[in-house]
Design a protein around this ligand. Sequence first.
Ligand code: ZN
Length: 224
Amino acid sequence: MSQHKRILFAGDPHGNFKPLISAVLNNKPEAVVLLGDYDLDEPLENYLAEIADLTQVWWIAGNHDFETPSKYNNLFNSALSHRNLHLKVTEIAGLRIAGLSGVFLGRVWYPPQEPKWLGKEHFLLNQPPHVQQTELSLKYKSAIWHDEFEAFKSLKADVLVTHEAPGSHRHGFRAISDLGAAMGVKQIFHGHLHENYATIIKNKIKVCGVANTAVSDLLGQRVI
Ligand SMILES: [Zn+2]
């Protein structure tokens, strides 16, 4: 196994895990990191049974994973629920990997605009009495929340994986670039926009967009 293939990054599967499975069988990586948008009709582990003993599977969630209760449960209550990288830095195959799930939502925070709500507590405490909620709806769970994002910035990592794109992409957000810079990362991998590309942004951070069902190695080269 070559060094740069010890971790592979998988772009939005949208129900098709075959390319990822082939990539693992061919390259035998220590770990794979899934970048969100799975569209799961069954628990995640059912799709990945063939590679379960061959590699570690880690993941962040995309906007599609919050669309229905079943898609949500098939991910967040799967046998791989403990491999969720969101808002954490996790050492994987010798690299510190930081994960950020979800998307920016106008009703929560859509940078560079100011956040509508400082955080989940602030939102829940300010609902009118007749819609008093104790838990967030799935839509709100899919949002990137400003207070969590700011706290996450203080952690250090080598690689940042996100569903949303940084400012390097025309549909991306400078806030994600700033997050990577603050964390001191050397690389950012993202999904969501269904486009393969690689570019360098400020602080010499290399950004790799990974297209739907594509699989990339640590150099940003497609292995499938
Ligand atoms: Zn998406």
